[in-house]
Write a protein that binds this ligand. Structure first.
Ligand code: NOS
Length: 307
């Protein structure tokens, strides 16, 4: 039986591929949309369209926070394309979102799948933080939270901050202090293990499947943007995180430390790791420090080449 997950997403480019992977690997019992990458309306359409396009119209989509807690952030269309789908112009999906707020859906689904539900958070953590504030007992019911977020030293949004933590550091702080069983996949690890090189890009392009064609189109702008920052190809943090959640053996090295997030000043959104256990805190997260790139890509290619 497939594991039950909620896919929390600010749906743009790599998020859609991470969603496709999740649909293969897991029983996705809900998709929750949160503010982040691009205009909220576009994120909603991107999530609905991706599900509909690949035959998953039955998977419910719940709308959540359309802004971070403090409301200070900017979207990054330069990374994902004007509407977040590279240069793919998508039609308005006929699938509609549910009438339940995302954070309420997280609470309800945690009751329905008590002890087995996992959260794949490839997004700012606003929806999960709000769910926790409303009902802290979700910590006991949610089995695991997988987070793509944080940077050790090389921020992709400011000198030190990774995008998801930077968009809503207050939410990240709430979630990281709540006591969930958490694994974090930080930015640098995804850059090292989840960059699709030119050769790999050509390989995907020549697969000629519906999924591979979709991959190429939605990630075209991401690839150009990634390369403009010095990467050797398009970087796929969300896809790596979901694949790690599915097969933990992709984690080659990790540490278990208390993690906090800076909420003020120039380093707002910075990930603060208590490397020397100075806080003596019991609340710790697993932080991935090395991932198996070839294993991840094997899964990715397998899913994209499927007819
Ligand atoms: O430059 C970028 N490359 C890849 N993903 C990005 C970038 N900027 C924002 N995101 C988004 O934020 C997380 C990674 O930090 C990912 O979840 C992705 O959706």
């Amino acid at each position: 039986m497939k594991r039950k997950v909620i896919f929390d997403t600010d749906t743009a480019s790599d998020d859609t591929i991470a969603l496709l992977l999740s649909l293969e690997f897991f029983d996705v019992v809900g998709v929750t949309v949160v503010a982040g990458n691009v205009k909220y309306e576009n994120e909603i359409n991107n999530a609905l369209f991706t599900l509909e396009y690949f035959g998953y119209s039955h998977v419910p989509v719940f709308l959540g926070a359309s802004r971070p807690i403090r409301g200070i952030w900017r979207t990054v269309e330069e990374v994902h394309g004007e509407k977040g789908m590279g240069r793919l112009d998508i039609p308005k999906p006929s699938k509609k979102p549910e009438n339940i707020f995302a954070s309420d859906a997280i609470i309800e689904l945690s009751k329905k799948y008590n002890g087995e539900l996992e959260i794949l958070a490839v997004s700012p953590l606003t929806n999960l933080a709000l769910a926790y504030l409303k009902d802290p007992s979700i910590v006991k019911r949610i089995k695991k939270v997988w987070i793509m977020g944080g940077a050790f030293t090389r921020g992709n949004t400011t000198e030190i901050a990774e995008f998801n933590f930077w968009v809503d550091p207050e939410a990240a702080e709430i979630v990281l202090k709540s006591g969930f069983d958490i694994t974090i996949v930080p930015w640098e690890i995804t850059e090292e293990a989840a960059t699709i090189t030119d050769d790999e890009w050509s390989r995907i392009s020549s697969m000629g499947t519906k999924r591979s064609n979709f991959f190429i189109k939605v990630n075209e702008v991401l690839r150009e943007y990634s390369k403009s920052t010095g990467a050797k190809g398009s970087v796929h943090p969300d896809s790596l995180t979901v694949t790690i959640a599915y097969d933990n053996s992709i984690i080659l090295e990790s540490v278990k430390k208390r993690v906090d997030v800076e909420v003020c000043g120039k380093s707002r959104g910075a990930m603060l790791v208590d490397w020397y256990d100075m806080t003596k805190s019991d609340i710790k997260a697993e932080i991935v420090t090395k991932a198996d790139s070839s294993k991840f890509k094997k899964y990715l290619f397998e899913v994209l080449s499927k007819a």
